[in-house]
Ligand binder design. Structure first.
Ligand SMILES: Cc1cc2nc3c(=O)[nH]c(=O)nc-3n(C[C@H](O)[C@H](O)[C@H](O)COP(=O)(O)O)c2cc1C
Length: 396
């Protein structure tokens, strides 16, 4: 077991996970599309924004709590939906869901999770949202919605940036496809991590539990396209989104929007919120980083929707900067996955503790007594355009 008390930053978990996981699994998690420029841009975007701190104004103990989709949460953070977690940590979905509930933040379960909707419903009494990929087999999709509703999931997040899997070249070289399978070319890499291999032998390779019953055979495109997304409907469009709106009674978010005109169309289709996201740099290479796309989206939607962003959030200060630039909150992906791979629920909980500690420290240092006080006035020379945090257009 890793010494969690010797972890101090979110990146520590990536380094520790790299030592534990077979190379192809680590690469599947950590990698991005093509040359991985967008992967790097996501993180660099946060470095282009600095602080102009206010002194003697932060209060003794800042309060990071806020409302996300009408629910009180401990900080403006939610767990990003991630498929295939079980390949790195057998009970990882449950571990992360429980850590999120413990930390008082929402957890988003992926369509391609290795744990069923019902198991997560039972495992966590915290806020849960379900992420939906548009599926070719619509009946299956409607059943997923009904199951999510019955299991206590409060909101639906429809991901729209995967009409096809991105070209993830690490996976092609590693012969690593999802759903995962051993092949003559990749088996040596897995044997090199005997503890991992033993776990898989003992428990069996996890399946994408919520896609059980779907047969992606025949849905595959080029042999170069990874199988991620084979069940997804590449022809899904705005009318499909409108139909989901008619069938889902709760809050509805669209994830993967980067343009103001698309944001407006999402609102017109009846969405309650948006996640500005390039899918953690895993889809379209050199796509605009979410932080840079945020202001234009906010100007378009005003206060008619809550706008979240994700991609490259690795510091509490990144959470604070996203708030100052007008986001309601952020989603965090890989660090939680790596936390679970390193030490299960305790690892994911430690990731969230560090993030919360850094956020509170940043709020103290920049003079923000609460989440509402995180506004663009606290930013310095933002290389990234800011919209006021109420989402209204800046005065001209
Ligand atoms: C291993 C992995 C699996 C993912 N699976 C999904 C998914 O099933 N659905 C989805 O909407 N996004 C998925 N994403 C994207 C994340 O939700 C999120 O947009 C991205 O990881 C955020 O960037 P970050 O990892 O830098 O925090 C996945 C990301 C990773 C790393």
């Amino acid at each position: 077991m890793a010494r969690l008390d010797r972890t101090f930053v979110l990146d520590d978990f990536e380094a520790l996970a790299k030592r534990r996981l077979p190379g192809p699994i680590f690469d599947f998690y950590a990698g991005g599309a093509d040359d991985e420029h967008t992967l790097a841009l996501n993180r660099n975007a946060f470095r282009q924004v600095g602080w102009s701190p206010r002194v003697l104004a932060g209060g003794a103990s800042p309060d990071a709590s806020t409302l996300l989709l009408g629910r009180a949460v401990a900080m403006p953070v939610a767990v990003a939906p991630m498929g295939a977690v079980g390949y790195g940590c057998l009970d990882g979905d449950r571990a992360i869901a429980r850590a999120a509930a413990q930390a008082g933040i929402p957890y988003i379960l992926s369509t391609t999770a290795t744990t069923t909707i019902e198991a997560i419903g039972e495992a966590s009494a915290g806020a849960k949202w379900f992420q939906l990929y548009p599926l070719r087999q619509r009946d299956h999709m409607w059943r997923l919605l009904a199951r999510a509703l019955a299991a206590g999931f409060e909101a639906l997040v429809v991901t729209v940036d995967v009409p096809v899997g991105g070209k993830r070249e690490r996976d092609l070289r590693n012969d690593c496809a999802m759903p995962f399978r051993f092949t003559a070319r990749n088996v040596a890499a897995f044997a090199a991590r005997p503890r991992w291999a033993l776990g898989m032998l003992r428990h069996g390779v996890p399946a994408m539990a919520n896609l059980a019953g779907l047969d992606p055979a025949g849905a595959r495109g080029s042999t170069l396209a990874p199988s991620v997304g084979a069940e997804f409907d590449p022809a899904f469009d705005w009318s499909g989104l409108a139909e989901i709106r008619r069938r889902w009674p709760g809050p509805l978010l669209v994830k993967g929007v980067l343009r103001p005109d698309d944001a407006l169309r999402a609102l017109r289709a009846g969405c309650d919120g948006l996640v500005v996201s390039n899918h953690g740099g895993r889809q379209l290479e050199t796509g605009v980083p979410a932080l840079a796309a945020l202001a234009a989206v906010l100007r378009a939607v005003g206060d008619k929707a809550q706008v979240f962003l994700d991609g490259g959030v690795r510091r509490g200060a990144d959470v604070a900067k996203a708030r100052c630039l007008g986001a309601a909150g952020v989603l965090v992906g890989r660090p939680l996955l790596f936390g679970a791979c390193v030490a299960g629920q305790a690892g994911a909980a430690r990731v969230l503790d560090i993030l919360h500690d850094e956020l509170i420290r940043t709020m103290r240092l920049c003079g923000a007594a609460n989440a509402a006080a995180l506004t663009s006035e606290l930013l310095w020379n933002a290389g990234i355009p800011a919209a006021p945090s109420n989402g209204q257009p800046p005065p001209t």
